[in-house]
Design a protein around this ligand. Structure first.
Ligand code: GLN
Length: 192
């Protein structure tokens, strides 16, 4: 299995390290040709407006959007969650996204999160984090803050967190994503 990590801006190397901890090969994705041979892709945290511009500039947005809408496994953290939700970007999760949703005074914070399916809390690192609201019933909510702010969710082959699992030593979300890829591996590896 080879997992792509979108390498336009943001916390790229941290995801590569997490994949290495899970004994999975990572491939940095900067242009369309790089998509060949990967089995899933991670969209890292960073600045979603910058990553969006670079996706358009590198002509990666449309081919990647097509793949993702065809069922290609994807994991987005923070800005990655924003891009996977915004209709103009990947628009794969039906929900509203509130960028920088936790306000100035709580721009960055850390909190133990209880996540559906995990038997111990997950250490959530939030950095100008977004959250999801008005989540469609097609989306499975995995974690919330304040009852109604969705901070981890899954829609079929798309997994998102508003926080940064790649900044902790905890590989549970990456392992969850790897299992999701394994389930869909009969699907395809893109050859573009
Ligand atoms: N607030 C950023 C955005 O909307 C996301 C921050 C992050 O990825 N740490 O792009």
């Amino acid at each position: 299995m080879i997992v792509g990590v979108l390498n336009l801006q943001g916390a790229v190397s941290e995801h590569v390290d997490m994949l290495a901890q899970c004994q999975v090969e990572a491939k940095l994705i900067k242009k369309v040709g790089d998509l060949t041979g990967i089995d899933g892709i991670i969209i890292p945290g960073g600045e979603s407006t910058v990553i969006y511009k670079l996706l358009v500039q590198e002509q990666l947005l449309d081919p990647l959007k097509k793949l993702i809408h065809a069922g290609f496994p994807v994991f987005g953290t923070c800005a990655g969650l924003v891009l996977l939700t915004q209709p103009k970007a990947f628009g794969v999760l039906k929900a509203e996204v509130v960028r920088n949703g936790f306000g100035r005074q709580k721009d960055s914070f850390e909190q133990a999160i209880s996540v559906a399916g995990f038997d111990a809390p997950f250490h959530g690192v939030f950095i100008r984090a977004p959250y999801l609201t008005a989540v469609d019933e097609s989306v499975t909510v995995l974690a919330t803050i304040d009852d109604d702010k969705v901070i981890a969710a899954q829609y079929e082959h798309a997994l998102v967190t508003a926080f940064h699992p790649e900044l902790t030593g905890d590989t549970r979300f990456h392992e969850k994503f790897i299992r999701l890829i394994e389930k869909r591996q009969d699907f395809f590896s893109p050859n573009v």
